[in-house]
Structure formats: structure tokens, C-alpha cells
Design a protein around this ligand. Structure first.
Ligand SMILES: [Mn+2]
Length: 326
């Protein structure tokens, strides 16, 4: 059990609270932020959510008027925020805070990290970290219980999204009884799984499926079919008019192949670098592998951002992955 009483003390002592999460926020990050914000607002706090990157279109339904979640716009000044408590959810590393890292470094007040990732830097924060938790959303759910705060229908929706996205709609091995119990409680509190599923998984644009065709065309099976890899250039994304965020979950297509234990996906970035993602369902530790490349994550899922272009990144990383697997 994490020290939720220490979180409560810090909340009680604060009036203006700033919440943030990792760069390129996912469903767990955004859902956790929103549900935590609701908890704090219910306790009479002024709350702002400020991220280092925009909310992906997939998650706009969580904040349809863009009133709740703000983000830093590249080239413009960081919005003026003057919190007396800073809470970071779903990450505990400087690199993942990206554009917000300087602000966190200079912030003199108390900081709290609520996270479930193995990789943690010293952010000078109270650490409420449980690496066995399936999602940061599970920890926010625990916070609701520990602080005896009723869950509003909106918070239930946000937490359901958080937990559903980090457990692959409750089908990954991290889908523990606790996950299903939380899900049941969230449905009771007003979360609507059928509506959430439609919003999350049945909103493809044709452009995304056209980009997926490129992914499929370049599937390469190695190590007797246990390693699946593919790659997408930045130009491919531009050619089909897709959005870079639309490559989210592409790696799961590789993991759906029969016999595949490990998937490695390379995606070219606007600045010329490459985002490499790893997935594993065997002994291959994605997080260890990603850490050697300056990235991080979990054993089953991890990633790193490289400055190499796609082809060089493939030449550098695939032989190392093969050596480990084959
Ligand atoms: Mn997470």
C-alpha cells in the first residue's frame, strides 16, 4: 500500500495544484490526469493540467472543449502557472517530461510522482510508485479509495480509459483481478464501456489504414518467425496525409502474428530521428534493451527516441535484437 496519507497531507496543504505527465500522452496519462484533477477539484483546489505535448485526437472526447488540458506550444512561452504543489503522473523521468523538465527543475515547492514505470529519476518528489500496478489509472483509483472520495461519472470514464488503454482493453497479462474489480466499480460509478470502446477503437480515418498498409508491406520476420519488424518513414506518413500519432498501436499488428515473441517497430520523426518501439511476450526484456538506447519502459513494452534516421536505426538495432533472440 502506497503512502496515500502523505499525498493527502500535501493536497490539504496546497491551494493551486499543477498536474503533468509524459511527452506524447497516452490514454493512461490523460485519463489519470483528468481523474486526479476531479479528485482535487472536489476537495476545493484550483487545478491546472499542463503537458509538454498536445492531446492526441483519439483522446479529444475526454476534453472536447480543450478547457481542461493545456499543453506547451512549440516556440511560444510556457503558460504562466504558479502552483504550490506539482503532481507528475505516469512517468518519473526527466526525459519523459521533455519541454516541462526545466519548469519542474526550477519549481521550489513540493512535488509528487504517481507512477507505475520501472525507470525512475530523482525528481526530488514524494514517490508513489508501484511497478506492479497495471496503469497509473489504477493508482489514481487507489487514491480515490484511500482518500474516500466518491468517483464522479466523468472521473469513472477517465479512469476506465486509463486502465483499459494500459491493459489492452483488459487482455494483457497485467489484467489482474484488481483491474477487473476496478473496472466493475468504475462501471458502477458511471463509466460506459461500449461508448468508450467506440471512441477509442472505432474511429479510424482511412489515412491511418493506408499507413497501416505500408506497415504490412514491410513486415519482416526473423529468428525463425519469433521476431517481427517493420518501419515507417516520415515521408510515408506525409504521403498518405496521416498524422504521426496515428501510428499508435501499429506495433500490436506485428504482435498479432503467429509465433511472434518480440516486435520492433521503427517510425521516422519530423526532425529526422527515429522512434523505436519494442514489445515482448517472452523473456526478452524490452525495458533493458530500450535503456541501452537511452529510452525506457516495461519488460513487455518499451521505446526509445534515436537521432539516427530509420535505415541506420534498423541497421544498428536489429542485429542486437537478433543476437539476443536467435
Ligand atoms: Mn501508464
Amino acid at each position: 500500500m502506497l503512502a496515500w496519507n502523505e499525498l493527502e497531507e500535501r493536497i490539504n496543504a496546497a491551494q493551486k495544484i499543477l498536474i503533468t505527465t509524459h511527452v506524447r500522452p497516452d490514454g493512461d496519462a490523460l485519463g489519470s490526469e483528468l481523474a486526479l484533477a476531479d479528485l482535487l477539484i472536489a476537495r476545493g483546489k484550483q487545478v491546472e493540467i499542463l503537458n509538454s505535448s498536445p492531446t492526441p485526437e483519439r483522446y479529444h472526447f475526454l476534453d472536447p472543449d480543450f478547457r481542461r488540458i493545456q499543453w506547451i506550444h512549440p516556440g511560444s512561452e510556457t503558460p504562466k502557472v504558479d502552483p504550490d504543489l506539482f503532481i507528475v503522473v505516469d512517468t518519473g523521468t526527466w526525459s519523459q517530461l521533455a519541454g516541462l523538465a526545466p519548469f519542474v527543475r526550477s519549481f521550489q515547492g513540493p512535488k509528487v510522482v504517481i507512477d507505475h514505470h520501472v525507470s525512475q529519476d530523482d525528481l526530488g518528489a514524494l514517490r508513489l510508485v508501484d511497478t506492479s500496478a497495471a496503469a497509473a489509472g489504477m493508482l489514481i483509483y487507489q487514491a480515490y479509495q484511500a482518500l474516500k472520495q466518491p468517483i464522479s461519472p466523468e472521473a469513472a470514464q477517465a479512469l476506465f480509459v486509463a486502465i483499459a488503454m494500459d491493459t489492452g482493453w483488459m487482455r494483457h497479462p497485467n489484467s489482474t483481478p484488481a483491474v477487473y474489480e476496478a473496472a466493475a466499480e468504475l462501471v458502477r460509478a458511471g463509466a460506459k464501456p461500449h461508448a468508450i470502446y467506440r471512441q477509442l477503437f472505432e474511429q479510424n480515418r482511412a489515412e491511418r489504414l493506408q499507413l497501416m498498409r505500408v506497415l504490412y508491406q514491410r513486415i519482416d520476420l526473423r529468428c525463425g518467425g519469433t521476431l517481427a519488424t517493420s518501419y515507417i518513414y516520415w515521408q510515408d506518413i506525409m504521403d498518405v496525409n496521416a498524422h504521426p500519432m496515428e501510428t499508435e498501436d501499429f506495433i500490436n499488428e506485428l504482435m498479432s502474428l503467429r509465433g511472434v515473441e518480440v516486435a520492433v517497430l521503427f517510425i521516422g520523426q519530423l526532425e529526422g530521428g527515429t522512434k523505436v518501439s519494442f514489445r515482448s511476450r517472452g523473456n526478452f526484456d524490452c525495458s533493458k534493451f530500450a535503456e541501452t538506447l537511452g529510452g525506457g519502459g516495461h519488460k513487455a513494452a518499451a521505446g526509445a527516441s534515436l537521432s539516427d534516421p530509420v535505415d541506420q536505426a534498423r541497421e544498428r538495432i536489429l542485429p542486437a535484437a537478433e543476437q539476443f533472440l536467435c
